[in-house]
Design a protein around this ligand. Structure first.
Ligand code: SF4
Length: 327
């Protein structure tokens, strides 16, 4: 199996007590069964606390009961993890030990990334140029899990999409070209869609959609609503937004191996960028801070991601023509 790493991946180190947010805040941490079995053997006060903290949630997952509904019960006053401190790294559950590292496994190759929801990962991602130069695979090997011809087609289309995003044109022109090129790719994949096209006069409906999603922090819903703009403005952090567009392209594009739907991944890339840029602009935030808020609220939630993909696929307001009209 070939492994591909973006340039920032191996630079990542958790900044623990210096972290301005924390992965221990606001999330349900699912405890894998091997780790829970191990917790059942731990003696003393920490062992009792571990066993008392785990319960089965509404989805049937074994999770830690959050303190005040917000914080991991093992998050110490000094913002360090009590499990790590008292028992060592090998006692962390799989979720905590891996975060923010991501693996996209395509059987014969694997692409690694970092989750933007981690502030330190977001900083590295928005600072790194040419981060995906080593992702040079353009011909897929034979594989039983999917069509190698389709994978080769998608890998080449993604490479061309990345080249479009890396040109010297203003970002809004590159995004327009990206959508146009992928409309052609979509037509080659599934034939021309005859779906209705509805054009919006401004971007506000995008913010309305996002405001209806689930939130960890209700203040972020207010931020999204207050950030609604008529047109996106990428000028304040154009280089950082380009790196974010490339990040989403590489993270999302190959989902089409299962769905044969590249346009929804492009809509996700463009809308994620619009909402991130608007939040940064409205609240004078850096691009990495705005992207981290975006990712923590929307990307890390399975329900929110599913809802967005449904809208991008079926609502004519998110058609290629409609999105191009907003740029
Ligand atoms: S969010 Fe990232 S930097 Fe912060 S504590 Fe978690 S892994 Fe470390």
């Amino acid at each position: 199996m070939k492994d591909f790493y973006p340039s920032y991946y191996k630079e990542f180190r958790c900044i623990a007590a210096d972290c301005p947010d924390s992965c221990c805040q606001g999330w349900d941490v699912v405890i894998n069964s091997d780790t829970e079995s191990r917790y059942n053997t731990v003696q003393g006060e920490i062992g009792d606390k571990l066993r008392a903290a785990i319960y089965t949630d509404a989805d049937g997952d074994r999770v830690f009961r959050l303190k005040d509904g917000q914080k991991c019960p093992f998050w110490g006053e000094d913002k360090l993890c009590d499990i790590y401190r008292e028992l060592g790294e090998e006692y962390l559950c799989v979720t905590c030990a891996r975060f923010p590292r991501l693996s996209m496994d395509y059987t014969v190759f694997c692409e690694r990334s970092l989750a933007l929801a981690c502030p330190e990962a977001a900083r590295l991602i928005t600072e790194a140029d040419n981060a995906y130069d080593s992702f040079d695979l353009t011909d897929a090997d034979v594989c039983d899990d999917y069509s190698p011809e389709l994978m080769t087609f998608l890998l080449r289309a993604r490479k061309h999409s990345a080249d479009i995003l890396s040109s010297d044109l203003p970002l809004k022109d590159r995004l327009t070209e990206l959508i146009r090129y992928n409309t052609d790719i979509q037509n080659q994949l599934t034939g021309e869609r005859s779906a209705a096209v509805e054009k919006a006069s401004d971007c506000k409906y995008i913010f309305e959609l996002y405001s209806k999603l689930e939130y960890i922090d209700p203040m972020h819903r207010e931020m999204v609503l207050n950030s609604a703009v008529d047109k996106p403005d990428f000028s304040a952090h154009e280089a950082e937004y380009t790196r974010l567009a490339l990040y989403w392209l590489y993270r999302l594009y190959l989902n089409a191996i299962d769905t044969a739907d590249v346009l929804s991944n492009i809509a996700m890339t463009v809308c994620s960028l619009m909402v991130t840029a608007a939040i940064a602009d409205r609240y004078s935030l850096s691009a990495d801070k705005a992207a981290q808020i975006y990712s923590k609220e929307f990307e890390q939630s399975y329900e929110n991601t599913e809802r967005l993909y449904d809208e991008f696929k079926y609502d004519p307001l998110f058609s290629a023509e409609s999105l191009i009209g907003l740029l």
